[in-house]
Design a protein around this ligand. Structure first.
Ligand SMILES: [Fe+2]
Ligand SMILES: [Fe+2]
Length: 470
């Protein structure tokens, strides 16, 4: 039986009811999506009422509509920012020419790869987080987890809409594949590394939404500049939702940090663990892990793919308008490189350095969040400081992965790295300890011992609101 697709079921601003071809494609895909959601989505909560935000239009009052909903009944909509008439390519080789409303033949494969790579991350994170509901530290956090999950589901819809509408048969095949790969699966893994890592407890979840969702923000921002207009418009709307995911991550870690300080001060030996908390050095290790996994997502430091995507007008820079030169054919970027086992400084053609340029913007943004965590530590009267490690540390993609570096960026031997790894990254024992703290707290307004309460509730509601009704 195929579900009937209506504007009511799938809120949209893409004239779905007037597009028979798209309707048919989605009618075939939607049951498979739901099957995937039931199998790989949040386990154990599909029949519960969750206080969720649903986008029902792109107007300011329409994209954040709050109500109780059962997750399988969530209305995953398709929204693009409204078209701006007369828009032209504003970077790359086609600068000044009208943006494309159809897929440019010569760039079809590159465009499809960009869309599929982005699209693959969306269901992957839902898969990584599917068991977390069972150990949520509060109803507030449980609800936030599900909000992130349904919105990643909607982001998948957004990319599938592009594949179905603009890529014909191979687009439909890619849309099916997006539901067949599985995070962490040996035979059919998700495309990008960080999306195959286990997110087995809430400290990792908050670090993921802080650092890995933030990579998403920068990728979407670069794609929102695209000269393929439907992609640009789709990504601009997705960014409005992504902001909440990073809020969940940043404030989640901030609340753990606050509680770590409180417990450290309470314990006579200054040991937060003795009182069932997560200590600051352990938080630093998880920061090191998720930050570096996320740095990898930007790709190689010198990249011809990045240059090609920019030249073709498909992927720009974060806030492209802020730059003066939008063709960057004659400019260079000064950066550190690893050559013949030595770190050297070199000028590379700017277009090939664009992954690094985007990564640098991302790092600045991460630093702002870490500064806010350190402000909390200071307010608690402690002298500890959380730091972002060097971008050379613990890399698995790009040139830095060819050698070993300390968190401060010094090159060391592989033996030394292996010996000291546990100082810098979560050990098995750390993982066992953090997991041992994870027990569900389901009474409205109550928090697990290892995390402080949020400053305020969702949508102006009080902290003890019943965000999830079982
Ligand atoms: Fe997303
Ligand atoms: Fe996200």
């Amino acid at each position: 039986m195929t579900a009937v697709i209506t504007d009511e079921k799938i809120p949209n601003n893409v004239n779905l009811s007037g597009d028979r071809r798209l309707q048919r494609a989605l009618e075939a895909w939607q049951p498979k999506f739901l099957e995937w959601w039931m199998q790989m989505g949040p386990e154990g909560f599909q029949a519960d009422n969750i206080y969720l935000r649903t986008a029902i239009s792109v107007e300011t009052d329409g994209w954040a509509h709050f109500d109780y909903v059962k997750m399988p009944d969530y209305r995953w909509g398709i929204f693009l920012e409204p078209k701006v008439e007369g828009r032209t390519h504003h970077f790359g080789d086609f600068i000044g020419q009208p943006v494309w409303d159809e897929v440019p033949g010569e760039h079809r494969n590159m465009l499809r790869r960009l869309i599929v790579t982005q699209g693959d991350t969306e269901p992957a994170s839902v898969e990584q987080q599917r068991l977390l509901g069972q150990t949520a530290p509060s109803l507030y956090d449980l609800r936030n987890l599900f909000q992130v999950n349904v919105e990643e589901g909607r982001h998948l819809w957004a990319m599938v809409y592009l594949l179905h509408t603009y890529f014909g048969r191979d687009g439909r095949e890619e849309a099916e594949e997006l539901l067949l790969r599985r995070s962490g699966d040996r035979d059919r893994p998700r495309i990008l590394g960080a999306f195959n890592e286990p997110t087995s407890h809430w400290l990792s979840f908050f670090m993921f939404t802080m650092f890995t969702d933030r990579d998403g923000k920068y990728q979407l921002s670069a794609l929102s500049e695209s000269g393929f207009d439907p992609l640009g418009r789709t990504c601009r709307f997705m960014l409005t939702e992504e902001a909440h995911h990073m809020f969940v991550g940043e404030t989640g870690v901030q609340r753990i940090v606050k509680r770590a300080c409180e417990l450290t001060k309470q314990d006579p030996n200054g040991d937060a663990r003795a009182l069932g908390g997560i200590d600051l050095p352990t938080i630093q290790k998880y920061l090191n892990l998720w930050y570096t996994l996320s740095l990898d997502l930007f790709g190689g430091e010198v990249s011809s793919n990045a240059a090609d995507a920019f030249g073709a007008g498909l992927k720009g820079r974060h806030k492209e308008d802020r730059y003066a030169d939008h063709t960057i054919l004659d400019s260079f970027h000064t950066m550190d490189l690893l050559e013949d086992g030595k770190v050297i400084t070199k000028d590379v053609p700017m277009r090939t350095a664009l992954n690094e340029v985007l990564r640098a913007e991302y790092i600045k943004d991460c630093q702002r969040g870490v500064d806010r965590w350190n402000k909390t530590i200071k307010e608690e009267g402690m002298s500890f400081e959380l730091v972002l490690p060097s971008p050379r540390f613990h890399r698995q993609i790009g040139m830095w992965s060819n050698a070993c570096f300390t968190p401060t960026g010094e090159m060391i031997s592989r033996d030394e790295w292996n010996a000291r790894r546990g100082e810098w990254l979560p050990s098995d024992a750390d993982e066992v300890y953090v997991k041992s703290l994870m027990h569900p707290v389901v009474e409205p307004g109550k928090m697990a011992n290892w995390i402080a309460a949020p400053q305020k509730g969702i949508n102006g509601l009080p902290g003890d609101f019943e965000y999830v009704r079982r």
